[in-house]
Design a binder for this molecule. Structure first.
Ligand code: 0A1
Ligand code: ZN
Length: 851
């Protein structure tokens, strides 16, 4: 594997051919599938003589041009491409090729998930189905016929509207036609014996849309939350963006084997079943939220991704950043603005900030890749969403809507770039975004140094950008971003509320007319994805009084981080922190928000501020603070628990969810005490609870406090849920995340469990993936954690490279580790990279880490 295989944005060339329409016929059999592909093609660049189609490991059976069967002297078939020599300006091609979906464990192209045939073609899966111009800027009209055994595969689905179907005796066929031109990555088909639920939606202009959600037989009753979410998303997009659905039918299919969350194929979304199936008994509150957001995300792609798509894969954030921003706003509108914002920022910091500080950092618009699959990252998605959010803040709601209207009007039906998007944003609004473009091209999280001065009634705020070095080593420029601030007087009244436009390396802002120095509330709502560096001691005040939900939370987090860092230096728990924390316990209002305020910073947050990381030291300090708070506030915490614990209720309304959130937060804090009383509460919660949220928290607490009873409850849980794979993911995760001695041995043994299957990504993620993020055991000083995960990467790389390269991510913090752990990691990283026939996916990640 070498650098030479990298693809560069600077090498982009427009396609030399267009494909007017495609007619596909799939004959599905138990051992193989036959694909007949008829395309009408036109030369765009008349100077070009040969046509090169993408293809991957295909078995070509027949090849025709303009109804003439082609001799093999007219074309060259290689592993990755099929070249046809001397083609005319307008012509048709017919190709018949054979593929083996049953052997496809990579889960790209056409494959089998259990007994269901399904597809995943983004970004480059289509080329392993049939030869094609498999690039997003080639958009064509697709007609698809699927032929299969009637009994085994009664349901045959394709993109677009259903055109016709035929009974062929033992077999049957269905033809689908999608009138909207689309790139091949949005092509999908499904064949299976599926259950379903149906509903309908009437669009704002009165069109009737048939809605279906398909799943394994027997799971139909678990699809209702997904259906409700879909209808909510359809309405929201009409109201907020003026966008309506554009086909007669919208189908969603849930499958168990899927590499990611879900896929927005036109009119036929294919979902990881974890983002469709839910009921109170088997899914947690977080699962319900996740389903609502992913269903909406895929639906929103119909406009931001499908109607307007990407010119090339370097533009991925054009559709993903924008669509994540849209789904975040949707969830905030339907649930709680402040809870949603905090959850989004938490996830950004845990995943994206870590990535941005690692050797795999890249701009939201990368400049090169070896495997595009590696670029479905937190940076492209989540930082991409923050970039759109900043545009939204700079323009304001009204101009932003005017600008998205212009974007849709101008580029509908086209494959465009992030520049085109920025053009629409600035020309509709009149806001100059030229300096803003940098956010697309620089990697790393910007830091902002904050200095305050107060003299003669004038408050001066000096902001200095500490511009990070890129992985590419290039000199960086200062960013342009909106910074929401407020200045609070001693009664916490907002005397100044402003959105500063920061654009220089260093600049000062002056505010006059104060008697006393005001208190600064900065980066309100987290208006810019930056790190604030500030020597400042008003945390307790902001924790108590700030009216901005985000800053109040942030103050609690920073104060806790500093308190833990002091403990690491050998100091006692700061009593001022303890006092402020006690104040949070007394807060009234939204309980879900309160549960977030009371959460201590994660180990990953603490680690990001350190070099020579030693996880044992972080754990110990965090544990000490937890114990201190649990001890100090035992009574208050128990009271919070008892008031909000409603064992027999499984309501899914906001109040019931928030009561579970706060009482489970209280239980978790109390569990640091490891006393009999607390263990008894967890036991009782497990036994009485009727929701999965309560059961999982109780199990987790028991697993980490009372090994003996944990064995009993886990066995009970296993026997109740062993037939529900989605629930078993929770079982594996609890064990893989455990802090108990012997966790690695148990994880190893669980691989032989009857439920575990290395070919199912969800299971691998919940056992191996979760273990690789169990800082205590993965980073164990004997090196066994590293060795185990490296063995798994090497093994899984042969089955599913995308899943393997995902696991490689655990080693991204290599450079920041202490010497001992670093040298043990190096041994394993070197072993992985020297593996014979390592996939380009894993090679790309490991080689960057080792560089
Ligand atoms: N476009 C999908 C995510 C997705 C990307 C790649 C996949 O396989 C390589 C699968 C799904 C989304 O953003 O929802
Ligand atoms: Zn997406």
């Amino acid at each position: 594997m070498s650098e030479a295989q990298a693809i560069y944005l600077k090498d982009y060339k427009a396609p030399a051919f267009s494909i007017e329409d495609v007619n596909l016929r799939f004959e599905l059999f138990e051992e193989y599938a036959l694909v007949t592909n008829v395309m009408n093609i036109q030369k765009v660049d008349t100077g070009v003589q040969e046509l090169s189609l993408h293809c991957r490991d295909l078995e070509l059976l027949e090849f025709w041009i303009n109804d003439l069967k082609l001799q093999d002297t007219r074309y060259v078939l290689e592993e990755e491409k099929l070249t046809i020599l001397n083609v005319p300006s307008v012509f048709s091609i017919k190709i018949i090729n054979k593929i083996y979906p049953q052997n496809n464990t990579e889960l790209e192209g056409l494959y089998k998930s259990g007994s269901i045939f399904c597809t995943q073609n983004e970004p480059e899966g289509f080329r392993s189905i049939t030869p094609y111009l498999d690039r997003p800027d080639v958009m064509s009209v697709f007609t698809t016929t699927i032929v299969a055994d009637k009994e085994k595969y009664p349901v045959l689905l394709g993109n677009g509207n259903k055109k016709e179907s035929f009974d062929l005796g033992k077999r049957h066929s269905v033809t689908w036609h999608d009138p909207h031109p689309k790139p091949s990555y949005l092509f999908a088909l499904v064949a299976g014996d599926l259950g379903s639920i149906s509903d309908e939606y009437i669009t704002a202009s009165g069109e009737n849309v048939e809605l279906n959600i398909y799943c394994d037989l027997g799971n139909e009753s678990k699809c209702h939350h997904a259906m409700k979410s879909l209808k909510e998303a359809m309405l929201w997009d009409e109201e907020k963006y003026g966008r309506e659905y554009d086909l007669e039918i919208y189908n969603i299919v849930a499958v168990d084997s899927f590499n990611m969350g879900a896929m927005e194929n036109k009119g036929l979304n294919i979902f990881n079943s974890a983002y469709v199936l839910a009921d109170e008994d088997s899914a947690s509150d977080a699962n319900f939220m996740g389903i609502q957001s992913v269903i909406a995300h895929e639906y929103f792609h119909n406009w931001t991704g499908n109607r307007i798509t990407c010119r090339d894969w370097f533009q991925l954030t054009l559709k993903e950043g924008l669509t994540v921003f849209r789904d975040q706003c949707f969830s905030a509108d339907l649930n709680s603005q402040e809870v949603q914002r905090i959850e989004d920022v938490k996830s950004l910091r845990e995943r994206q900030f870590v990535e941005d500080a690692s050797p795999t950092a890249h701009p939201i618009q990368p400049k090169s890749y070896i495997s595009m699959n590696n670029f479905y990252t937190a940076t492209v998605y989540e930082k991409g969403a923050e970039v759109i959010r900043m545009i939204h803040t700079l323009l304001g709601e009204e101009l932003y809507r005017k600008a998205t209207d212009l974007y849709f009007e101008t580029f509908d039906g086209q494959a465009v770039t992030t520049k085109d998007f920025l053009w629409a944003m600035s020309s509709a609004s009149g806001v100059d975004l030229s300096a803003f473009e940098l956010w697309y091209h620089q990697s790393g999280t910007p830091k902002l140094k904050v200095e305050e001065k107060f003299e003669n009634g004038v408050y001066t705020l000096t902001l200095t950008q500490v511009i990070p070095n890129t992985v590419e080593g290039r000199a960086q420029k200062p960013y342009f971003f909106p910074l929401k601030i407020a200045l609070l007087d001693e009664d916490a009244k907002e005397v100044v509320t402003e959105t500063l436009k920061v654009s220089k390396e260093s600049e000062s802002f002056h505010f006059e007319g104060f008697n006393l120095k005001p208190v600064l509330s900065i980066n309100r709502d987290f208006s810019a994805p930056i790190i604030i560096e500030q020597e400042y001691n008003n945390f307790a005040f902001l924790m108590k009084h700030d009216t901005n939900g985000f800053v109040k939370y942030e103050a609690a987090q920073i104060f806790a981080i500093e308190t833990i860092e002091a403990i690491m230096r050998g100091e006692e728990v700061n009593p001022r922190f303890s006092e402020a924390y006690g104040h949070l316990l007394d807060l009234e209002g939204d309980l879900s928000y309160k549960a977030l305020l009371l959460e201590l910073p994660t180990v990953s947050t603490l680690m990001q501020r350190m070099s020579d990381i030693d996880f044992d030291v972080i754990y110990e300090a965090k544990e000490k603070l937890s114990q201190h708070l649990a001890q100090n506030f035992q009574e208050k915490l128990l009271a919070i628990y008892e008031v909000n614990h409603e064992p027999g209720s499984f309501g899914m309304d906001a109040l019931a969810i928030s009561k579970r959130a706060i009482k489970n937060r209280a239980l978790k804090i109390l569990s640091a005490l490891e006393t009999r009383d607390v263990i008894e509460i967890a036991k009782r919660q497990y036994e009485e609870s009727v929701t999965m949220t309560d059961r999982v928290v109780a199990l987790d607490v028991l697993e980490n406090t009372d090994p003996e009873y944990a064995e009993v409850t886990l066995a009970d849980f296993y026997s109740k849920y062993k037939k529900q794979t989605l629930v078993m993911n929770k079982y594996f995760s609890i064990l893989a995340a455990s802090h108990r001695e012997g966790t690695l041995d148990r994880v190893m043994a669980l691989q032989n469990d009857a439920v575990y299957d290395e070919k199912v990504p969800n299971l691998v993620r919940s056992l191996i993936g979760v273990f690789a993020r169990n800082y205590k055991h993965f980073h164990a000083k004997n090196g066994y954690g590293y060795k185990f995960v490296a063995d798994k990467i090497i093994e899984i790389d042969k089955i599913n490279p995308q899943m393997a390269s995902g696991l490689c991510g655990a080693f991204k913090i290599y450079n920041k580790m202490n010497e001992k752990n670093k040298s043990m990691m190096k041994v394993e990283l070197s072993r992985i990279i020297s593996t014979h026939e390592l996939s380009k996916n894993s090679f790309e990640i490991i080689s960057k880490i080792l560089k």
